[in-house]
Design a protein around this ligand. Structure first.
Ligand code: GDP
Length: 139
């Protein structure tokens, strides 16, 4: 059965370009409820840990550099079928391949600076949410 939470990051370029509000608006219009949210600046160690699955990929160092280049916004989003529905709302990893109206199509700069992260499974949604938020920070 699919779960009812997913985890998102508004990535550094989207934050610095002033897209926090417009992206949260898309999330609201998509029918998601925000149950936890905060702004923070990742340390290198935290970014390396978060993207550990990509450690052997050629873009890993660039990705960690990028994700530690400025503040981000992290949030837990609630909705039935949250993981799949949010992946649809954000669009393809490569913004050139993302459908019209998706968050990445509208706000991404490039494959790497692609505006947002969205969990790819219920298991990862839980792991990622717990990495950033304690039980007391979730509503
Ligand atoms: P996602 O689940 O759609 O975020 O995609 P992945 O899990 O495959 O990749 C994680 C993140 O790494 C993406 O959101 C991009 O920011 C970055 N990324 C993925 N593929 C590439 C690539 O080929 N080049 C670069 N520079 N960054 C990439």
């Amino acid at each position: 059965m699919s779960g009812n939470i997913t985890f998102t990051i508004i990535k550094p370029t989207a934050v610095s370009q002033g897209y926090i509000g417009p992206i949260l608006n898309k999330i609201h219009q998509g029918g998601f409820r925000i149950s936890a949210m905060r702004m923070l600046w990742l340390t290198r160690g935290e970014a390396e840990h978060f993207y550990e699955v990509h450690k052997e990929r050629p873009f890993y160092t660039d990705l960690v550099d990028f994700m530690t280049s400025g503040p981000i916004v992290v949030a837990i989003l609630n909705k039935e079928n949250a993981v799949e529905d949010y992946r649809k709302l954000i669009g393809a990893t490569d913004p050139e391949k993302a459908e019209e109206g998706t968050i990445r199509k509208e706000f991404a700069k490039s494959m790497q600076e692609n505006a947002v992260h969205g969990s790819d499974s219920d298991e990862n949604a839980n792991i990622e949410s717990s990495f950033f938020f304690s039980g007391l920070q979730r509503f």
